[in-house]
Design a protein. Structure first.
Length: 203
């Protein structure tokens, strides 16, 4: 049985992500159907953008216990509700012009192996899909990508002192590129492989 839970959003789903071979066995549950047992049962919880954050934040205590016991949270989107006490709310980038939205890599991570930052900065010739601001990282988090212009930390990875780990992306879901013909299509399968490897290693 899979130990990965994908929390379904209200809309804007990416069914092709869940159809990847690497997604075999992933369990899906609508955000409004979550119960305490889900947070106790799974090792990984994947949260896309555009979920009902108010409903998800209602499980803050269960989520904290999930992380304390070593769980992994992958969160996408603009944080506008207090999901966890250590997570700050979304901050809009200083500018919105093309040059303000160019992405640069600040640290390597297996999820982004072989991914050209140009393919993150531009999608179908348009800038801004990857991120337009940041969910500010807590102390000790490793910033993976940021906007060049104002250094907004678009995504980061954090191993919590209390236990567990968080991969945060303050934009559209990381797997939005799953069907693109660029290097960014590598993100979705690499994310799932990284998560499953962590489960097998007991990380």
């Amino acid at each position: 049985m899979s130990s990965i839970l994908y929390v379904r959003a209200v809309g804007h789903e990416f069914p092709s992500f869940l159809q990847l071979p690497e997604a075999q066995g992933v369990v899906t549950r609508h955000v409004r159907e979550l119960g305490a047992a889900d947070f106790a049962r799974f090792d990984v919880i994947i949260v896309p953008a555009h979920i009902d954050q108010r409903a998800f934040a209602g499980h803050s205590a269960e989520l904290e216990r999930f992380l304390d016991k070593g769980g992994t949270l992958v969160f996408n989107g603009h944080l506008v509700y207090p999901v966890l006490p250590e997570l700050a709310m979304f901050v809009q980038a200083a500018g919105s012009r093309k040059d303000d939205l160019l992405v640069e890599r600040t640290a390597a991570h297996p999820v982004f192996d072989g991914v050209d930052v140009h393919d993150l900065s531009f999608r179908r010739g348009v800038a801004g899909f990857y991120g337009r601001g940041a969910n500010p990282p807590p102390p000790g988090a490793i910033v993976l990508h940021r906007l060049k212009a104002d250094r907004s930390p678009v995504n980061w990875y954090w191993e919590r002192p209390q236990g567990g780990r968080i991969l945060m992306h303050s934009g559209n879901p990381l797997w939005m590129y799953v069907n693109d013909d660029t290097s960014a299509a590598r993100i979705a399968p690499q994310l799932l492989r990284w998560l499953k490897a962590g489960i097998h290693q007991g990380a």
